[in-house]
Design a binder for this molecule. Structure first.
Ligand code: HEM
Length: 569
């Protein structure tokens, strides 16, 4: 008699578990992984994993050929160990989560605990960080908040544990708006690790009054009609010369890392505005350091060799040292009575700023504000410019419509006008829709951070005093109830559409609304104007994988050829 040996893990119940485990949510997949480890570790060396082959009639079954008797007993015992072991691990997992939840929430008292939004604190120390990083690193950034919605319903607010703090995730327009507009109940709440990188004396950690004062001082010179009019000629020249240089390199048979080049270009513009320009060496040194700083910003804060966060801390030290050098030079030349020929840049304004008691800013305050502005002022604009160009090139109809608009604008420019003016920029209606759609679709700033200064109710749920709040702009922009067919790039959805407050948050809202929003849109528009009229982008790897942290970008930095298609350029 030759019998098929019943192999424990292949019973129908186990099959069902495997199927469900492999396809279930993150937590179920974790249990499944534990189970799979146990199964594989409990198989004896040389034992058959699956036995379906019968021994030949009249022969003695060989080792491992699957016979009844001791092997069957072994498998039964192994299955029992697996099931008991699995159950113990599941219990330990649930106990660790429950204990962590209790530890974080017990001090709230029963009444306040009962009003918390749904959610869970996850494992001690890790919380939801693993799920967050896994979603973003596997190319499915929306899966993170989606898992909360699936498990707990569309409540719009969820509790969890991230970046070492109990945290409320906020994911609907109304709730985001409430938090962003309520300066009495919420202050900025970036993770400590991010504050250490951007600077404890920058806006990300500044007290409310100080923030208001320095924001007023620094925002006016970068936004508004006069400021933008002053910067436009430099932006125009920089864009034209950059495009010419890249087209030249491509014509010689080379390729350009389009995103890297655009980040350099936007960096040159922001350095001009903030430092009145800088030598090529200083520029390169600053820019390299910013790349490392950014990578560390949304990584796990592990300060060990080889980790992104450690590199980012080193980058910050280098930035401080370069900017300190520039500041020392500026102070020394002022002391010698040299007056700079160009108009005041932001460093001058910060050096001369006094509060109502006549106190001036220290060097470390000026440096932290500059580190923040130089970073915020080039990374996002560079990325959005790249994505807008890519989307235009990938969508011939949208490209043609945008180009026709720019051609009409050029025809309306008087013959004696040098370059573009703000009036021309204001006529770029369709291009503005293309940029808004790119901002919505790409979600370069996918989340922002606050902290509750008192107990507050949002959507009927309690956000306890001291807890962190994450505003998920990305979830708002990708919500089909807010934007039908959200995964479609469709600039025309903006035609005649004024978004409801809280539904379009690429620049945030309220007291911390991005002070560079108009400047960013101007830079991007000027670039797209010249690109549409004179150039074409041919990507080397059009289907290149996208990496989502710290910002969405193709892993090849959009390697491409830029071809000149018009003799006017
Ligand atoms: C496409 C380009 C840009 C995008 C998408 C963007 C996005 C944002 C967002 C979402 C915030 C708000 C963060 C929060 O809610 O806490 C913000 C703040 C900020 N942005 Fe931008 N930004 C861009 C360009 C710029 C530029 C060009 C500058 C500088 C000239 C700049 C400087 C800042 C600063 C200093 C803050 C902090 C404001 C504060 O805390 O008061 N940004 N940005």
């Amino acid at each position: 008699m030759h019998r098929r040996v019943p192999v424990g893990p292949h019973s129908s119940a186990v099959h069902e578990f495997i199927e469900r485990g492999a396809s279930g949510g993150p937590r179920r997949r974790f249990h499944f992984a534990l189970f799979a480890i146990l199964v594989s570790s409990s198989v004896p060396p040389g034992a058959p994993r699956v036995c379906t082959r019968a021994a030949r009639p009249g022969t003695v079954p060989e080792m491992g050929e699957g016979v009844a008797g001791p092997a069957a007993m072994w498998w039964a015992a192994a299955a029992a160990v697996v099931l008991v072991g699995g159950a113990v691990l599941l219990l330990l997992d649930a106990a660790a989560r429950a204990l962590h939840g209790w530890y974080r929430e017990a001090s709230l008292g029963a009444a306040r605990r009962a009003r918390l939004p749904p959610g869970d604190m996850g494992w001690p120390f890790i919380g939801a960080m693993w799920a967050f990083l896994r979603a973003f690193k596997s190319g499915k950034p929306d899966a993170f908040v989606a898992s909360f919605i699936r498990r707990f319903g569309r409540t719009g607010v969820y509790r969890t544990f991230m970046f070492s703090s109990p945290t409320i995730l906020v994911a609907t327009p109304e709730a985001c708006k409430q938090v962003l507009m309520d300066d009495d109940s919420f202050v900025t709440g970036w993770p400590k690790a991010t504050v250490a990188l951007i600077g404890p004396k920058s806006f990300v950690a500044m007290p409310y009054d100080e923030h208001r004062r320095l924001r007023k001082l620094t925002a006016a010179p970068i936004n508004g009609f006069d400021a933008l009019t002053a910067y436009l000629p430099f932006i125009d020249r920089t864009v034209r010369s950059s495009l010419r240089a890249w087209a030249g390199a491509s014509a010689d048979g080379g390729e350009v890392a389009f995103l890297t080049e655009l980040r350099r270009m936007t960096f040159k513009i922001i350095v001009q505005i903030f430092l009145g320009g800088a030598g090529e060496a200083t520029m390169r040194a600053l820019e390299r350091s910013y790349t490392d700083l950014n990578y560390g910003m949304r990584a796990m804060a592990i300060n060990l060799p080889g980790f992104a966060y450690r590199r980012a801390l080193g980058a910050r030290r280098r930035l401080v040292s370069v900017l300190q050098g520039v500041l020392d030079e500026r102070r020394a030349s002022t002391a010698k009575g040299f007056r700079r020929s160009s108009s005041m840049d932001m460093m001058d304004r910060l050096i001369e700023a006094e509060d109502e008691r006549g106190r001036r800013l220290d060097d470390d305050e000026i440096i932290d504000i500059l580190i923040m502005y130089l970073n915020a002022g080039h990374e996002s604009s560079g990325h959005i410019t790249m994505w807008a160009t890519v989307f235009l090139q990938e969508n011939p109809d949208i490209f043609a419509k945008a180009k026709a608009e720019q051609e009409a604008i050029v025809r309306s420019i008087p013959a004696n006008q040098q370059g573009l003016t703000l009036r021309d920029f204001r006529k770029m209606e369709y291009l503005s829709q293309v940029i808004d759609e790119t901002l919505r679709f790409v979600n370069i700033s996918f989340v922002s951070f606050r902290q509750a200064t008192k107990d507050v109710f949002v959507n009927g749920f309690l956000i306890p005093k001291g807890w962190k709040v994450q505003l998920w702009y990305r979830s708002v922009h990708m919500d089909p109830q807010v934007y039908p067919d959200p995964k479609k790039f469709n600039p025309s959805r903006w035609e005649g559409h004024s978004p409801r407050a809280g539904t379009f948050l690429p620049f945030g809202l309220g007291a911390r609304l991005c002070p560079g929003n108009d400047l960013a849109k101007l830079e991007i528009s000027v670039f797209l104007h010249h690109f549409l009229l004179g150039y074409r982008l041919t990507r080397t790897n059009p289907n290149c994988r996208v990496r989502y942290l710290p910002h969405p970008r193709p892993v090849d930095n959009c390697l491409a050829k830029i071809t000149k298609v018009s003799d006017d350029y």
